[in-house]
Design a protein around this ligand. Sequence first.
Ligand SMILES: [Zn+2]
Length: 161
Amino acid sequence: MTAQPPTPEEPPAFWCDAMLGGLARWLRAAGYEAAWVEGIDDAELVRRALASGRVLLTSDSEVARHGAVQAGRVRALLVPPGKRKLEQLEFVMHALGLRPRAPRCMACGGRLQTVPRESARPEVPPRTFAWCQEYFRCERCAKLFWRGTHWERIAARLGSL
Ligand SMILES: [Zn+2]
């Protein structure tokens, strides 16, 4: 795949460094594509960000000093170390002027599709199924989501950004 600069109307997508797995999950919940690989080394991270045209997020000033970043071939944002996950999310969204979008799968970043309630029944605890009307499935990893207490909590935190 060749790196194509994203068109203006396309939301930014991200590559997160090895320390920012939590941020990647929250970015997905906020509706943005965010890749993260456990234990990825800095050179590989920069290479993948370069190849994908994604914005590199790092708390590591060493990564920020990498040649491709310095040369401006990789767009990178240094997330100040010592922040909690939600503070990191807040920082990134503020720095890039982003607003929360339709949530994506927190596990992989895939798009969520509404699925018929009845089709979700086998995978949902009976007590949850009794009250929950809306179900979503990740079109990439097939994980099922519903608007449970976890979701509400996330939506509330994102709404406060
Ligand atoms: Zn998924």
